[in-house]
Design a protein around this ligand. Structure first.
Ligand code: CMP
Length: 139
């Protein structure tokens, strides 16, 4: 059964390019409520752990370098059908393939530096949210 929460990060490229406000506006305008949010920076160990599922991929080192090079915004978002609706809002991983109007189409520069993360399942949304937030940081 679908849960009503997903997890997102506004990645270092989005922060560097000054897009935090515009992306949060798109997210809240699409009906997502913010259940948790923080401005933080991942350590190398954090990024290796968060992306452990990708550790055999050729881009893993590049991904860890990128995700640790500056601050991110991490958030838990709430809406009916949150995981699927958020993935539709952000668009395809590769911004060249992302639909018009999606967050990645608007703000991402490449498949690696793609502005925003969205959980791919309810199970991973719960794991990823718990990675970043303690119970008393979630509302
Ligand atoms: P995301 O789906 O949030 O989590 C996995 C990340 O790996 C993905 O975003 C991209 O940032 C990155 N990624 C996926 N495929 C590639 C690729 N071919 N080259 C570089 N980075 C990639």
């Amino acid at each position: 059964m679908a849960t009503n929460r997903t997890f997102t990060m506004l990645k270092p490229d989005a922060v560097e390019n000054g897009h935090i406000g515009a992306i949060l506006e798109k997210i809240t305008a699409a009906g997502f409520k913010i259940a948790a949010m923080k401005y933080t920076q991942l350590s190398k160990r954090d990024a290796q752990q968060f992306y452990a599922v990708h550790n055999e991929r050729p881009f893993f080192g590049e991904l860890v370098e990128f995700m640790t090079r500056g601050p991110i915004v991490a958030a838990i978002l709430e809406k009916d059908n949150a995981v699927d609706d958020f993935r539709a809002l952000i668009g395809a991983t590769n911004p060249e393939e992302a639909a018009e109007g999606t967050i990645r189409k608007l703000f991402a520069t490449s498949i690696g530096e793609n502005a925003v993360h969205g959980s791919d399942s309810d199970e991973n949304a719960a794991i990823e949210g718990a990675f970043h937030f303690s119970g008393r940081e979630i509302f």
